[in-house]
Write a protein that binds this ligand. Structure first.
Ligand code: SF4
Length: 297
């Protein structure tokens, strides 16, 4: 079986920077507690590595609740960004703050601030319960409406004369997001559009869909917690029209997925450590060829 390594894949600049920052803070802590508030990136292996580097995890998806568990030392905010309310609460608790928010997410926060200052109401496309939308919504809670779907876009009502803008979570599927934006533009022709899907997400999705043309199936290496990894599998199936298998490690590969498969593509989410992808590629290369698998016994 031929294994096609899809590029670009794996760690994005935001994750590389966040991990580098957290490891440095852990190494320089002089024994004082260092805690990351939520998964720094949505990957258990990367998280374990950080714990080994002296960075403890409070794995509470509600950041304010998680913060209540941190009584001293340094708190690290994750690449997903954080709401100003949580930042203020951390200051009030006397914690040292290290902010690993990705610059692409910070740009969305700045955009929401700027739109709010101009009295433009923000419609934000994102996933409820994900830390990135929670952080963005906190920038202007009374001036931002979160929606997830075309149905929710259809249900929106605003007072006549309300000025509107739409923006989105950085790690969504670019095609799903565009469909929602298109619907909003139909309903509210004057709406300002700010598509904030980050370049890393876009490039990985485009490469995976393009590669799907030339392979029989695609393996996506990434955690099920990782929004961008799940989206990669989704776009391969929905737009590349090929089966996609999301695995956290090589141990999850199932030989029956590859019966009759001659070429398999491999990609990985922006939060997936390189060594996990390498191990998956090696395991796939070690599988018997399609002819051997499918040969009658
Ligand atoms: S996926 Fe995009 S927004 Fe998220 S950390 Fe990576 S570069 Fe930043």
């Amino acid at each position: 079986m031929e294994v096609v390594r899809i590029r670009p894949r794996g760690y994005c600049h935001g994750v590389v920077e966040a991990i580098r920052l957290a490891k440095r803070v852990g190494a320089e802590s002089d024994g004082k507690p260092v805690t990351m508030l939520g998964y720094l990136v949505h990957n258990e292996h990367a998280t374990r590595e950080l714990e080994e580097a002296g960075v403890r995890l409070v794995a509470e998806s509600d950041r304010m609740k998680g913060l209540a568990q941190i009584t001293e030392g340094t708190v690290i905010f994750t690449a997903h960004g954080i709401s100003p309310q949580v930042v203020d609460a951390a200051r009030e608790r006397g914690l040292t703050i290290v902010d690993a928010t990705c610059s692409d997410v910070t740009r969305t926060h700045d955009l929401v601030r700027e739109l709010t200052a101009r009295a433009v109401h923000v419609i934000y496309i994102g996933k409820r319960g994900h830390p990135e939308p929670a952080g963005v919504m906190g920038v202007a809670p009374d001036n931002t409406t979160l929606i997830e779907s075309i149905e929710e876009a259809d249900a929106l009502e605003f007072a006549p004369g309300t000025r509107l803008a739409v923006t989105c979570q950085t790690t969504l599927s670019m095609w799903d997001t565009q469909a929602i934006i298109d619907r909003l533009t139909e309903r509210f022709p004057e709406i300002e559009v700010h598509n904030e899907i980050c370049r890393a997400t876009q490039e990985r999705q485009e490469a995976a869909v393009l590669a799907a043309d030339d392979v029989d199936c695609v393996v996506v290496v990434g955690s099920r917690r990782s929004s961008n990894s799940r989206r990669l599998a989704q776009v391969v199936e929905e737009l590349g029209h090929k089966p996609a298998f999301l695995v956290d490690t090589a141990a999850e590969l199932r030989p029956e997925w590859f019966r009759g498969v001659r070429r398999v593509g491999v990609t990985s989410g922006a939060s997936t450590p390189t060594q996990l992808t390498r191990a998956v590629v090696a395991a796939l290369e070690a599988m018997p060829d399609a002819e051997e698998v499918t040969a009658p016994s």
